[in-house]
Design a protein around this ligand. Structure first.
Ligand code: ATP
Length: 254
């Protein structure tokens, strides 16, 4: 991988033991330079990396179970929406578009550090990656009750009218507010201790770069299953128990 550091061209060799991880950091840095990843997004990514270490940087069994339950819930939903921020789009723009298509979900941009420029850049990237429509809050938005930050802006055709919202890399406040509105919230968060993880209906403790491709495969497998079969999967999934198992797995791993 060729990178540009302080106007100097440098090469990161593929043989580097942390090549994949470095590449991801550079995707985020590139997004920052282009103006759509927020500075604080880099810090959030670092926190995620630390938790990923504790999981062995792989998809654990509990995450696979949560991913299956999440896909079942999304397939059962009438109005599923995938909420995206700068980090998600920097890391996996094409996968987000493909996953939305495979479950029939809308994509909506939601930013804590919102600027019109960031919103438009993110929209452009998703459209370039094949999205048919990307909802934003430029013209048409109302507020999610109880959220005073810009994360409270939501599109009436998207998050506001959704029955299920998938929130990769979220903060706890909005998860809680969406739950209070009666929505199902599916979170992807490497930190099983976060408020998001605790509040969500289904918490996927996995890296978004592994979780979304895994869920694309599951969606393709499960999309013709009968409703009863999907319902059984969601009913049998216990989020609190799953989180307890993950925390105990991390403790044992240490
Ligand atoms: P909360 O309000 O839920 O307690 P927080 O304020 O700690 O969350 P943020 O600072 O908004 O959370 O960070 C977002 C979360 O995203 C972090 O918990 C981090 O572990 C997680 N995260 C970062 N990168 C990834 C990734 N690539 N995949 C999955 N999760 C990630």
């Amino acid at each position: 991988m060729i990178i540009n550091f302080k106007n100097k061209t440098m090469r990161i060799p593929k043989s580097h033991p942390r090549y994949e991880s470095l590449m991801r950091r550079h995707l985020l840095l590139d997004g920052l330079k282009r103006g759509y990843v927020a500075e604080a997004g880099l810090i959030a990514h670092g926190r995620g990396e630390a938790f990923d270490y504790l999981l062995g940087e792989r998809t654990i069994k509990e995450a696979r179970n949560a991913e299956k339950a999440a896909v079942a819930m999304l397939l059962l939903s009438e109005k599923p929406v995938i909420s995206v921020n700068g980090n998600t789009v920097a890391l996996i723009p094409g996968d987000i578009v493909e996953f939305a298509r495979s479950i029939g979900a809308k994509i909506e941009i939601n930013l804590f550090y919102r600027t019109l420029k960031r919103e438009r850049l993110i929209k452009e990237i998703l459209l370039r990656n094949g999205a048919e429509e990307v909802l934003d809050t430029e013209k048409d938005f109302r507020r999610i009750p109880g959220i005073d930050s810009d994360r409270g802006r939501a599109n009436p055709r998207g998050i506001l009218s959704a029955d299920t919202v998938l929130v990769p890399l979220e903060d706890g406040d909005r998860t809680e507010a969406l739950i209070k509105m009666g929505k199902n919230v599916i979170a992807i968060d490497l930190n099983p201790l976060s408020r998001t993880s605790k509040y969500a209906t289904i918490t996927i403790v996995d890296n978004v770069i592994r979780a979304i491709p895994a869920m694309i495969k599951l969606a393709n497998e499960m999309k013709d299953w009968e409703r009863e079969r999907l319902e059984r999967i969601t009913e049998n999934f216990d989020n609190k128990k799953n989180l307890r198992r993950i925390i105990s797995r991390m403790r044992k791993g240490l």
